[in-house]
Design a protein around this ligand. Structure first.
Ligand code: ADP
Ligand code: TRP
Length: 321
């Protein structure tokens, strides 16, 4: 079974990235699957403004993959831009994609509604994603729910290719976690690197604490009963807790034993405990960047070799060769 997924280097990794995507990568790794996990640096260009920031984010996302342990002989970590074959497939798929399909894409609509610059790259974003996926022919693509439509577009384009040129491309299945559809940010909207509402896994302790303390709550004073079902802190806590811990905290909310400040402190400790080992490894990698670069170079060469073989077949099918 081949698994493929990517994360944009558009900022630091947050709880949404972990529970939406990375946790699934780790589960697939445990099950013995073959993994292709990449840093979607070309996708990040749709919004990147500053080369130094982009460079740092690329390093950080790659270091995060390594810090979480996504390194073994069946796992390939690479940079999207190290597989230029993707861009040729991108063009081939562009010539099959109806305008209407992209006009309906939420990634584009969502960003423009928020007043972010809309460029043609953002419009074409789902086709590049389809190319990332189809160039390596995975069986499954683990992503958060926000990516569901991109996977549908990928499958649509693969089907269109196959019906026009004969069975060639495998249709990938999205793998979306059941535990949590969308992790909310500190403002209650979807947590995202670009919305300023993230809780960052690898942030310094003081920053992490601040991010958790700014989670939006109502103004009920400590001692009053709190409604855990409506509380963002509780929703995030649930991601880390066992059923018994969840029940226990819910009870304390109900009987006024904890205030929002206490709940935030509990969450802060949970985050530090869960990510402690990865945070430590991440710090070590900051001091030893060549370890990251080496893994990316090896991974890039491997992914590129496979992509080139697939692209050769695709070229033949469409009459380019
Ligand atoms: P961001 O939106 O922060 O830029 P990406 O778009 O790079 O994050 O997402 C990388 C992966 O993390 C994708 O699989 C995406 O579905 C998942 N993801 C991002 N934010 C969330 C969230 N709030 N809840 C669940 N999954 C998420
Ligand atoms: N669009 C994805 C996101 O924002 C990142 C991504 C790019 C991706 N290419 C991909 C995810 C291919 C899975 C497969 O989260």
């Amino acid at each position: 079974m081949r698994i493929l997924s990517g994360i944009q280097p558009s900022g630091s990794l947050h709880l949404g990235n972990y529970f939406g995507a990375i946790e699934q990568f780790l589960n697939f790794q445990k099950s013995g699957a073959e993994l292709f996990i990449f840093v979607a640096d070309l996708h990040a260009l749709t919004t990147a403004k500053n080369p130094a920031d982009l460079k740092r984010s690329i390093f950080e996302v790659a270091a995060a993959f390594i810090a979480f342990g996504l390194v073994d002989e069946k796992t390939t970590i690479y940079r999207q831009s190290d597989v230029p074959e993707t861009l040729e497939l991108f063009w081939i798929l562009s010539c099959l994609a109806p305008m209407g399909l992209l006009e309906r894409a939420v990634s584009f609509k969502d960003k423009t509604v928020r007043g972010l610059d809309a460029n043609v790259g953002l419009f074409n974003y789902p086709i590049l994603q389809a190319a990332d996926i189809l160039i390596l022919q995975p069986d499954k693509v683990p992503v958060g729910k926000d990516q569901k439509q991109h996977l549908e577009i990928t499958r649509d384009l693969a089907e269109k290719f196959n019906s026009q040129f004969g069975a060639t491309l495998k249709l990938p299945e999205p793998e979306i976690p059941k535990k949590v559809a969308v992790v909310p940010g500190t403002d209650g909207e979807k947590m995202s690197k670009s919305y300023g509402n993230a809780i960052e896994i690898f942030a310094e302790e003081s920053v992490l604490r601040k991010q958790i303390m700014r989670i939006k709550t109502d103004s009920t004073a400590k001692g009053q009963p709190l409604d855990y079902a409506k509380c963002l802190v509780f929703q995030l806590f649930k991601l880390f807790a066992t059923a018994a811990e969840e029940k226990d905290l819910a009870e304390k909310y109900r009987n006024g034993e904890v205030g929002y400040g206490d709940a935030k402190q509990i969450l802060f400790e949970k985050v530090l405990t869960k990510f402690g080992p990865a945070r430590k490894k991440f710090q070590e990698l900051q001091k030893n960047p060549s370890e990251v670069t080496k893994i990316l170079e090896q991974g890039g060469a491997k992914a590129r070799g496979e992509a080139a073989a697939n692209l050769a077949k695709i070229r033949t099918k469409i009459g380019l060769k």
